[in-house]
Design a binder for this molecule. Structure first.
Ligand code: CA
Length: 427
């Protein structure tokens, strides 16, 4: 699952690598009362957030929400329609509990998303929807291979069904105060969609975490970015492929996507390279000896950031501002690079050539947060203490690596984390 808006739609897959399994099917198991559920919740949350909730009930949660909804102009009838007969769903909490705490390292993660079978299906979809893709590309300026890739990564081109009731899932997670206030805010956004009459109540289907339809948009993303492209009057991201593709394109365009700009390129780095450099124009990178890994020529104009996802011994990439835009769809370097890799394959480019280090690993979210606090304590300016890495943070790592006499590749590997005093937990 993954979803349009964990914008940071960090659905805290405790690592920021989105889960790649098909959505957990909703078994709608035996009804479990909220009272029975509370001890489970307390366990799940380590007793932190839920403590304040244990004395209250789901009904009390809804009462509080109702008051906020009213202030935002939601009619009582809309609220009643959304929550009529609704109970918390223990299966949502179980799915949340089973979400993997550790993501795969970059190499295996990219290999699993840009798999031969997904490339094969993508090529067929590309032919099947060629006219639509051209029209969407024309209107929004986003390359069709990127649109196909996100569609493929988010829902296997619509093959992964949205089955969970969005109001029920979001209410269950919000009442349990998971990632508060994200799910509560999304619930209010879902109420806005219902009130606007954009989707009938029964059509609110998504992942267990409320990510809706084929592009896996959270309700707030649906409000901002979903569009009707097939002209039937409804932005149907569940059933209309033109609407799905145009909504993804609209999302990216409104997030700053620049037409005709590649996401970036895999590159080779010369032996004598000065690793302190991390930013420059393509012309400067070419002068410093970087070359495209596939032998083609780097662009003559534009800027790029040098990115070593797994350190200097692994593959190297020059990425552009459009790579950063991909992270607005899902705030994860691994996600953006996997989308980029699949898009490249769908337009006939070869797979990445660099070898991923065998001992590579994905930092847990808590390790990433610990690193952010540690770097802040060392005097670096850190934009985000939620565990999302941006290229400024990687530059801070570079600077600190240089002080330690390490290769400044911006990769917080085990040696660096140990040196900087952040404990690494690995599976
Ligand atoms: Ca439509």
């Amino acid at each position: 699952m993954a979803a349009g808006s964990f914008r940071s739609r960090e659905l805290d897959h405790a690592s920021d690598v989105p889960a790649i399994d098909p959505p957990v099917r909703n078994a709608y198991g035996a009804a479990m009362t909220w009272r029975l559920l509370l001890p489970v919740l307390a366990l799940l949350c380590g007793g932190i957030a839920v403590r304040g909730e244990t004395g209250t009930s789901f009904a009390a949660f809804l009462d509080g929400l109702r008051a906020d909804a009213q202030r935002q102009g939601i009619a009582a009838t809309t609220f009643a329609e959304a929550f009529a007969g609704l109970t918390p769903d223990p299966n949502v909490l179980a799915a949340r509990r089973h979400a993997p705490e550790y993501g795969k390292p970059f190499g295996p993660y990219i290999a699993s998303l840009a798999s031969a079978s997904r490339i094969g299906v993508g090529v067929r979809k590309s032919a099947q929807w060629n006219a639509t893709l051209r029209a969407v590309e024309q209107k929004y300026g986003v390359d069709s291979s990127i649109l196909l890739s996100i569609w493929g990564v988010e829902s296997s081109f619509g093959e992964s069904e949205s089955r969970w009731d969005v109001f029920r899932s979001l209410a269950t997670l919000a009442a349990a105060r998971f990632q508060h206030p994200l799910f509560r805010d999304e619930l209010l956004a879902a109420l806005q969609i219902l009130q606007q009459g954009r989707i009938p109540r029964r059509a609110f289907l998504g992942s267990y975490a409320g990510a809706m339809g084929q592009p896996q948009f959270l309700p707030s993303s649906y409000l901002k970015y979903a569009v009707d492209f097939d002209g039937d009057g409804a932005a149907d991201i569940w059933n209309s492929v033109p609407d799905v593709l145009a909504s993804i394109a609209n999302y990216l365009r409104q997030s700053g996507w620049q037409p005709k700009l590649q996401w970036g390129f895999e590159v080779t780095v010369p032996r004598s390279f000065d690793y302190r450099a991390s930013r420059g124009t393509f012309v400067q990178w070419t002068a410093r000896g970087l070359r495209r890994a596939d032998g083609a020529t780097l662009p003559a104009v534009g800027n790029a950031i040098l990115f070593f996802p797994s350190g200097a011994t692994g593959p190297a990439f020059l990425v552009t501002d459009n790579f950063v835009v991909l992270k607005k769809f899902n705030n994860s370097d691994a996600y953006a690079l996997a989308v980029a890799a699949l898009a490249d394959r769908l337009r006939g480019l070869p797979a990445f050539r660099g070898r991923w280090p065998a001992d590579d690993f994905q930092l847990t979210r808590s390790t990433r947060i610990a690193l952010q606090h540690r770097l802040a304590a060392l005097g670096y300016k850190i934009a985000d203490f939620d565990g999302h890495f941006d290229f400024d943070l990687r530059d801070a790592v570079r600077d600190q690596q240089r002080r330690y006499g390490m290769i400044p590749d911006g990769y917080p590997g085990r040696t660096f984390l140990d040196r900087v005093g952040v404990q690494v937990r690995t599976p």
